[in-house]
Design a protein. Structure first.
Lengths: 354, 321
């Protein structure tokens, strides 16, 4: 008798376990469905979806050169996404990564242009620090407006996006413009201010730094008292307050870390890809980074996967444009559909019952 | 140079343009007020407006090309914008109301979707680049438009401007003087109580999100079909984001929305005009910043969460308190 009931219980448990496992696959299933919908879109625009996906895959992963491009594109997305992971774990809705990225690029560029002859071993870290500082200040302004004056944080960070981008466009056109240049851009950075590449590749130190940050963010969130505080504030504000956590301080810290990392991404992109400050230095990395954090389930390793997926879609869409003359903005559409379907899958997976 | 600015004709032109520029934003703000009053925050407005602007433009352009009926084309385009907005709203509602996904994330994704989709469709159809539509002529209201200064500023616009003004009133009437409005606001304040009284929270939210997005889509269509008569990528240029900020400024009141949108419109018009006059000592980037800075400054003096719907941003789960 007893054995039988234990057996029944056991089978019930495994049954529930299987169901749970199936449900946890829902986000993945969502992603696949999204790719299917993308195929329909490609078909509608007169391309063979299989061929188109093949072209994209080859364009993003087909060889050393392609893989390098995908890794380079993923770097700013990954850095911003990691920062956003910290912010979102603390339920801080920082929608201003784009502006923080621009201001970071501006501050780093000022250092690069002011000290062109400094050795790269000193200049590059200084530029990075300036970039981080820029992002921290820009997000800090939003934080102060929010915490001191009660302005909605989403609105603050949003408005500062536009103000930040316009400020950079002004800086590149007037005060920092190349002497006797016609274009609204600064002089090219000295060789010392351009991030060195890793032995014989096009990959630079910023890529390594970005992957190193994955571990740092993981440790910060799960192995330090600060991480515990931030996550506590994110999960239950009232409980955290009762536990004696200074919630305003936590919110400001999470906001500033995410802003600082966005600023770091900005100066890395400018130092490597553009090698000068311009008015247009982002491929929607700010908003892309936000979505990458969420697509990666706010887990550092998940963010790596999501950033690589986003970047592969962008890089792959460029060869799609060259080979099949399909507009590269198809990447954005597929990115959005993937996020929407994964969100849906996630929501279904989290439900108690269907 | 200042002599050029401090004249009656400059002022009249400024305010006339300000009213015109306010219309697309105001439509989006009214829509978002309806949406947020039901407890859902649709951050995807920028994407919704973009989709509405392209759908409206394509419809108006193809009707104009095939039949040559200009006003049919314009109204058809506006209707298409409305409809496209509603479809975007439906996507938002499925995710945030039925599946209870996070509203902020879903909204940001909707912006990406709108930007990608409009850019994709626009580039796929080579005929759209450089294409123009005729739009709506302005219609001076007989009698009123002859009043000096005021007549020029207020009563010499296209019909959409007047309709939007009427819509501000209708929106207020709907929200505060009808049963539907009462139910909608109740869902935004205390969904559990509405649920207990036997009404469907999800149905009401679906209607609010889709109606709100439809208005934002209409705003986008007004921009391309009636005002600019062209479509280019990212033509809404942040108006959707501004609209979200203005909802907070308005304290979720249609009247406040009108004031906020007019301030934005006038700041926008001022920025164009100062640039055109060539004030060299004011960099144009700072003029472009004006609407964003003013919105932020205005919010500093209109703070306090008390005006916001209590359940704003919180998904409703039956039986959970």
């Amino acid at each position: 008798m007893r054995e039988e009931s234990v057996l029944n219980l056991g089978s019930a448990l495994t049954h529930a376990g299987v169901l749970k496992r199936l449900k946890s696959l829902a986000p993945l299933l969502g992603g696949l469905l999204a790719l299917l919908l993308g195929a329909v879109l490609l078909q509608l625009s007169g391309a063979n979806p299989l061929q188109a996906y093949g072209v994209m895959l080859a364009g993003a992963f087909g060889g050393g050169r392609q893989l390098t491009e995908t890794l380079l594109r993923a770097t700013p997305l990954l850095i911003i996404g990691l920062g956003m992971t910290i912010a979102f774990r603390c339920r801080v809705w920082n929608i201003g990564a784009e502006g923080q990225y621009y201001i970071g690029a501006l501050c780093g560029s000022v250092v690069a242009l002011a000290l062109p002859d400094l050795g790269p071993g000193l200049l590059i870290p200084l530029m990075f620090m300036a970039g981080i500082l820029g992002g921290v200040i820009w997000s800090g302004i939003a934080g102060l407006l929010h915490l001191q004056r009660g302005v909605n944080l989403i609105i603050c960070t949003l408005m500062l996006n536009y103000i930040g981008i316009l400020l950079v466009q002004y800086a590149a056109r007037v005060p920092l413009q190349q002497p006797d240049g016609f274009l609204p851009e600064s002089a090219q950075f000295s060789a010392n201010a351009q991030i060195p590449t890793l032995l014989g590749t096009r990959l630079h130190w910023g890529v390594l730094l970005a992957f190193g940050l994955v571990g740092v963010v993981y440790i910060l969130l799960w192995q330090t008292p600060l991480g515990l505080q931030l996550r506590a504030v994110g999960s239950r504000l009232s409980v955290a307050r009762c536990a004696g956590i200074n919630t305003s301080r936590s919110i400001l810290i999470a906001l500033m870390i995410s802003g600082g990392l966005a600023g770091l991404a900005g100066i890395i992109e400018v130092s490597y890809t553009y090698t000068r400050l311009k008015g247009d230095i982002s491929d929607n990395f700010g908003f892309g980074g936000i979505l990458v954090a969420l697509l990666g389930q706010r887990q550092p390793v998940g963010v790596v996967v999501a950033a690589l997926l986003f970047s592969a879609l962008m890089v792959g869409a460029q060869s799609l444009n060259v080979v099949l003359q399909i507009p590269a903005s198809v990447a954005q559409v597929i990115q959005a559909i993937v996020v929407l379907f994964v969100l849906a899958g996630q929501a279904i997976a989290q439900r108690e019952s269907l | 140079m200042w002599a050029q600015v401090l004249t009656w004709s400059f002022g009249v032109a400024l305010f006339t343009a300000g009213i015109r520029l306010a219309v697309p934003v105001l439509l989006a703000v009214l829509g978002e007020i309806i949406t947020e009053r039901s407890g859902v925050m649709n951050l995807g407005l920028e994407g919704v407006m973009l989709v509405g602007s392209l759908a409206g433009f394509i419809t108006a352009h193809s009707i104009e090309q095939s039949t040559g009926m200009i006003s049919v084309a314009a109204w058809g385009g506006l209707a298409a914008g409305l409809l496209a907005g509603a479809v975007m709203g439906w996507i938002m509602a499925v995710l945030t109301v039925t599946l209870r996904s996070d509203q902020v994330v879903t909204g940001v994704t909707l912006v990406l979707l709108g930007q990608g989709l409009t850019s994709y469709v626009f580039r796929q159809n080579a005929g759209l680049a450089g294409a123009r539509v005729k739009g709506l002529d302005s219609w001076a209201i007989p009698g009123f438009s002859d009043i000096p200064i005021v007549g020029d500023i207020l009563f010499n616009h296209n019909v959409m401007v007047y309709l939007t003004a009427v819509l501000v009133f209708l929106c207020w009437f709907f929200l505060f003087r009808t049963n539907w409005g009462l139910e909608l606001r109740a869902v935004g304040e205390n969904p559990a109580a509405v649920d207990t009284s036997g009404l469907r929270v999800d149905h009401i939210r679906y209607r609010a999100v889709m109606l709100g997005s439809a208005l934002a889509g209409l705003g986008g269509a007004v921009l391309t079909v009636v005002q600019l008569n062209i479509f280019t990528e990212n033509i809404t240029a942040g108006r959707g984001w501004i609209a979200i900020a203005l909802v907070f400024f308005s304290r979720w009141q249609p009247g406040g929305a009108m004031i906020g949108a007019l301030l934005f419109g006038i700041a926008d018009a001022l920025q164009y005009r100062i640039q055109a006059l060539g004030f060299k000592n004011i960099p144009y980037e700072f003029l472009l910043m004006l609407p964003y800075v003013l919105t932020l400054v205005a919010l500093l003096w209109r703070t306090g969460r008390s005006a916001a719907p209590a359940a704003l941003g919180i998904p409703y789960v039956k039986g959970e308190r």
